[in-house]
Design a protein around this ligand. Sequence first.
Ligand code: ADP
Length: 880
Amino acid sequence: MDFKKITIRHKILIVSLLLTILPVTIVGFYAYDQTEAGTWSQLEGYLNDQLFLEKAYIESTFSLAQDKVNSDLGVARTVFYSNGNPEIVDGQMILGKDYVVNNNFEIVDNVKNMVGGTATVFQVLDGEAVRISTNVITNEGERAVGTTVSQPVYDTVVTKGEMFYGRAWVVNAWYLTAYEPIRNSAGEIIGILYVGVLEDPFINTIRHHMGGIVVGETGYIYIMDSEGNILIHPSIEGENVYEYDFAKDIITNKEGIIAYEWEGREKIAGYTYYEPNDWYIVSNTYYEEFAGPLLAIRNSLIMAVLVFVILGILASFLLSKSISGGIEKIVTDFNDITNATLQGKLDKRANIDVGIDLEAIPRSFNQVLDAVKENEEKLQTFIDNVPVGIFRTNSDGKALQANPEMIRIIGRESKEETLEYMQNVGEQLYVNQERRNELINVLAKQGHVENFEFEALRADGKHAWLMINARTNVKAKPGDNPFLIDGFVLDITERKKAEEALKKTELKYRQAHNILQKVIESPKDVVIFALDKDYQYIAFNQNHQITMEHIWDAKIEIGVNMLDYIKDPADAEKAKVNFDRVLAGEAFTIIEEYGDSLLGRKWYENVYSPLESDKGNVIGLTLFLTNITERKQTEMALLQAKVLAEESNQIKSEFIANMSHELRTPLNSVIGFSQMLNEKIFGDLNEKQMHYVSNIQKSGNHLLELINDILDISKIESGNMEYSPEMTDLKQIMDEIIVLTEPLVKEKNIGFEANSEFEKLEINVDKMKIKQIMFNLLSNAIKFTPKNGKVWFDSKIMNGNIQISVSDSGIGIPLEHQKAIFDPFKQVSSSANRTYGGTGLGLAIVKYYVEMHSGEIHVESEVGKGSKFTFTIPIGLRNA
Ligand code: ADP
């Protein structure tokens, strides 16, 4: 169904139909409901009245029965006590002197003969009451002697000493009973006297009575107990109805009215409870027997409702036709006016001829239109005159509106041309399409854009800077084309120009500032001049004048081409190249050499800057020359000296390396052969020969040591000492060195000790060099310590460094020598040297090797007391 096609007429029709049918139906239902309720309450009253009467009848019947029980008990009492007062003698109940009650049925049979019913005498025995005389006969046809009374009866009569009344099933029938205590002369309860009246005759009376009662046309009264047993009923007496819901409801509620289905027909029943017998008295009938008149009323009501509905439909048709005619006219009219208004025609007014009822509507609408027109005119004047471009686009990004300022900004004559040019979110307008995409993205994301500046290409080909503020009512996703709904545009071209100009001025001032700074910093040497585009002097300072005269013997003048003064053609060419670079707009600083070969060439630091007109065109150049010849000469001299020094050092080192090699070869044979002689491999030697040979060997070894050290030092100095690190256990190296120096220690009987904070410490070092360091320090310590002295090693980790020290209790080093001993060939005294031997190179090598590992070494020492050499090596060591 197309809901848009439901016209006002349909609506009126529906409403008026609802307005007639609803009330008629509601009234109909209400009337029916009322009648039904009335019928119900009548029926309820009827059933309740009957129950009340029936309950009263049952009560009076049973009160008669109770009276009979009481009078029977009176008879039994009289007969019992006429034989004397009771006592228990030898376990038997005796009346008077010697009347035995046990197994004596005279009393009970007499009672039966007089009043009918049953009678019993009980004797209390060991917490029980036992029948000792009775006329109650068991199913086996014997007197029920020896059986006991029930517990509730015992509790009431014997324990509490009260009377007991009640219904009881005695042997084979229901009895209405009474029990009373039998007391001896001391007042103790020794037995119970009982009488019972058969209930049956009383029930039969009630059954007979109920059989005569008719409820409605076919209804009746019946009696049920709380287990659902039907006790009195015209047809189903003796059956059980507990399974039926209605029976359960009756048993639970005890009193009330219930309606239920019985064999497909609706039944209604009133019920009440008679507690003494656990009886439910139920009076029931078929509902239809009472509802006959009600159905008649219902049928006539339905008829009445139908008639009213038909009449209502007719009336609604007529009404809807008359109202909708007028409204449709108004709506059509309003639609026309709205369309006209949207096209800007605000003069159209609504037709008032729509019938007297609805006339007020077009009248008020026309008033609104008048007000709108007035406002619109004011707004239009504002929009036409405001110096802000205002536009509006539709949902396709097509421009719909533009005010006169907008037309001016775009650079067109008419509104139509302007709108045409602004198509598709101003696609033609943007010099930079990236910027347009940016605008679209911001709009899509935020729904609006503020002070968005862009460079525009106007329709007349001119460039302009525009600033746009716009708002879209569409929440588009980023990347979608949002459509601008409203926006305004400011022409900020003038402002941009001003900003640009300001920037240029700032640049110029900055240049001027730099120039000034130069002049201030070095007034003596700075040369300044300015040239125009044809290299002709515009201005120059006195320094320049002097320099030009000095170098080229030139007397310079304003307006003359500068290149004409430069006598060296190469210099002139070089200058021209630089001038052209500046005239092309570049600014730069370079160091150049210029000058007469006769007077010597000079070095300048030259700052080239373009000279610009107000419009930013290059019209010439300025040049600042600073004479840096002296600085340059010093630099060059230093450079030459350095190269020379490095060269000679290299030569020296190479020489030493070669020499050492040449010396070592013959020395090895000197040592080797003297050793062989010493070991007497070639035969015996006399004492003198032995002495000399071992001198040769000792001197040879010393010489070899010296050469090796010299070789190391020269390698170090020529920068050829290689460094090859590997993971090395320092503790292990220390142990190796200790083993190596052991013979020396023993020879001088020196007390040696090694204290280490670590068991194993692997770090990345050049193993051979570390070994050399430790060996040199330890052999020095042993060497400079007298016999029976002490030498010791300490090693620990501190601040990420390994710190190893070698201490001795030896001769010590005077303070003034402590620094020099690390230099090559330095020894504390040459006489001491003769005593102790050595080359004066060991510590120099140690220091260099320690530094190779980024470590440090220092000495603490006191003359006569001893020395302590400590070196450190960082644990996280470089790899190469
Ligand atoms: P040398 O080969 O002469 O031992 P070194 O460079 O190893 O050369 O030592 C330089 C000088 O420093 C030694 O000659 C000695 O005078 C002094 N020296 C070095 N170690 C000790 C020390 N443990 N005790 C006293 N003097 C020392």
